[in-house]
Design a protein around this ligand. Structure first.
Ligand code: GLC
Ligand code: CA
Length: 575
């Protein structure tokens, strides 16, 4: 990996989450041959790089983020040969492909963990994190500390075989690997990395890349949530003492040997700390995701503690993302959806009266920001959140299910349970991961053309209005608009991909205006104005110059220079 390469910086990356993307054999589960059948579609849209979420062998407790064999494919998704065909199919079309690198933990069904749990003196015992129980004053067995799992409850699971607990920051079936153990690290590099580079994979999205190094004190975490016993473990697990040493080692031993890209899912930390991961000179990873936008309105430790947001907060989050690399040698990313977040149109647009217009506005925003652009499956047609009327059992994600279960245990007997439950449902309906996981809506036929039989997760009711086939035929659709915007982004890449970013109306609660400029300050500039409200407002340029409109989500016949109608977006070049 050369850190000044450009192919990954200029690129538009498209994320495929295999279970819900495209089913080829009618078993209701998306698969790799299904993905292969869409490569021309992706190429046509303007995609340069495919990011495939985990397709590895897995018991699917966390939809593939629990890997039981790094060197094999989940049989529901296909075979190693299918995967090779997908890699080759991308390359044949001039596209690249990156995979997910899930190496903070494995599945409890991984051979390494089976060995590790078998006895105290097994050679792989130390490849995972085992600790003795703690006993409370009544003599009851308790987990070794108060760390909270990202999926509710304790972060430790008890294992009878050896009367010890293993650490698993996610679900029971996702034991954390012990990165302190060098032999374990080497096995990870060989199995999860080298194996795939040798098959032609062009890089990785690095899952939970901030969590590998745990503070070896395993001390109790400070109390953040007063209403519960288990507490976020960040202080001891996030960006821990040896994290940069581990990333540097992985870079030196593996990444530096290949022409590849890496993008990290690092999670929250201060800018200065975050920059250490992605500074080109430090040679760890190439770029990382920042979560300020997708977590807007939520507590950053618990998305279901939701308070809402104002346009100013949204602007601040975007400013933070765009300014992240300012004056540094680091590189950045742009994204507003992925498999862990709800649909942007339902969260930041108006998915009712102004569905199409506001989704075009959000597309304009995304394609004009600084960094490598990531688009999530279905985002290009404006897929929405699941209907509010659906009952909780349509939600399949372990995060949502565990949270709801824990809520019922805690509040089930409260007099106002029904009221609390309704409030929680409103929030689940807004921010749960499930919204990104319903099958992609390919056409208006049964099961939205995703499959010929009933899909593993219910198709959103709106597939007849929102689907790929109808949007491809319509030159005014969001899909067509995305295609144009992706071309515009490339045509003026010095402005959109690499340009600086400045907000002109920070305090305006309806309109969001910003300028993208070349680093040398030369003309033209790009002037982007977004009316993020249901009201019409007057349009007045906030800078001087000669304005030339290059994109708008309003048809020419409806366009009135002086009025920004509800959810109208415009991009001008200013000379
Ligand atoms: C990352 C993934 C998420 C998964 C978790 C545990 O956050 O994006 O889907 O649940 O890691 O691997
Ligand atoms: Ca299938």
């Amino acid at each position: 990996m050369t850190t000044d390469q450009n192919w990954s910086k200029d690129a538009t990356v498209y994320q495929i989450w295999p279970a819900s993307y495209k089913d080829s054999n009618g078993d209701g589960i998306g698969d790799i041959p299904g993905a292969i059948s869409t490569l021309d579609y992706l190429k046509d849209l303007g995609v340069d790089i495919v990011w495939l979420s985990p397709m590895y062998k897995s018991p699917m407790e966390d939809m593939g983020y629990d890997i039981s064999d790094y060197q094999d494919i989940n049989p529901d998704f296909g075979t190693l040969q299918d995967m090779q065909d997908l890699i080759d199919g991308c390359h044949k079309r001039g596209m690249k492909i990156i995979c997910d690198l899930v190496i903070n933990h494995t599945s409890d069904q991984h051979a390494w963990f089976k060995e590790s749990r078998s006895s105290l003196d097994n050679p792989k015992r130390d490849w995972y994190i085992w600790r003795k129980p703690r006993y409370d004053s009544e003599g009851n067995r308790q987990p070794p500390n108060n760390w909270l799992s990202y999926f509710s409850g304790s972060a430790w699971s008890y294992d009878e075989t050896t009367d010890e607990y293993y650490l698993r920051l996610f679900s029971h079936g996702q034991p954390d690997l012990n990165w302190e153990n060098e032999e374990c690290r080497q096995a990870i590099y060989d199995s999860a990395l080298k194996f795939w580079f040798d098959k032609g994979v062009d890089g990785f999205r690095i899952d939970t890349a901030g969590l590998y190094s745990k503070d070896q004190s395993f001390a109790d975490a400070p109390i953040v949530f007063k209403d519960q016993y288990y507490q976020p473990s960040d202080k001891y697990t996030h960006t821990g003492p040896r994290i940069h040493e581990f990333h540097k080692e992985m870079y030196e031993q593996i990444f530096s040997k290949y022409d590849i890209m890496t993008v990290g899912e690092v999670g929250h930390c201060e800018r200065e700390e975050a920059l250490k991961y992605v500074s080109a000179a430090r040679k760890e990873m190439e770029m990382m995701f920042l979560f300020d936008i997708v977590e807007l309105g939520s507590d950053d430790q618990d998305r279901f503690r939701y308070l809402g947001w104002k346009l100013k907060d949204f602007k601040a989050a975007i400013q933070k993302q765009c300014d992240f690399i300012k004056g540094t040698d680091a590189w950045s990313t742009v994204f507003i959806e992925n498999h862990d977040n709800a649909r942007c149109i339902s969260r930041f647009g108006n998915d009712k009266e102004y569905r199409e217009k506001s989704s075009k506005l959000l597309a304009t925003l995304q394609t004009t920001l600084t960094g490598t652009l990531f688009i999530y499956q279905g985002q290009e047609i404006g897929m929405t959140n699941l209907p509010r009327s659906w009952p909780i059992d349509e939600y399949k994600d372990i995060n949502t299910m565990n949270y709801y279960k824990a809520f019922k245990e805690k509040c089930g007997n409260d007099a106002d349970f029904k009221e609390k439950e309704k409030k929680l449902f409103d929030i689940i309906n807004l921010v749960a991961r499930d919204h990104a996981r319903s099958p992609v809506q390919w056409n208006a036929e049964q099961y939205a053309g995703f499959s010929t039989s009933e899909p593993w997760m219910r198709v959103n009711d709106n597939y007849k209005e929102i689907n790929v086939e109808s949007q491809q035929k319509d030159s005014d659709s969001l899909w067509s608009f995305y295609k144009q915007l992706l071309q515009m982004r490339k045509e003026y890449k010095e402005l959109f991909i690499y340009g600086s970013f400045e907000i002109l109306d920070y305090d305006n609660e309806k309109v969001f205006t910003y300028v993208k400029e070349l680093s040398d300050g030369k003309h033209p500039k790009a002037y982007v104005v977004l009316n993020m409200s249901d009201d019409s407002v007057e349009f007045k340029p906030l800078i001087d110059g000669d304005f030339k409109l290059i994109s708008s989500n309003v048809k020419a016949v409806d366009y009135d220079e002086k009025v920004l109608t509800s959810w109208e977006s415009r991009v001008y070049l200013v000379n």
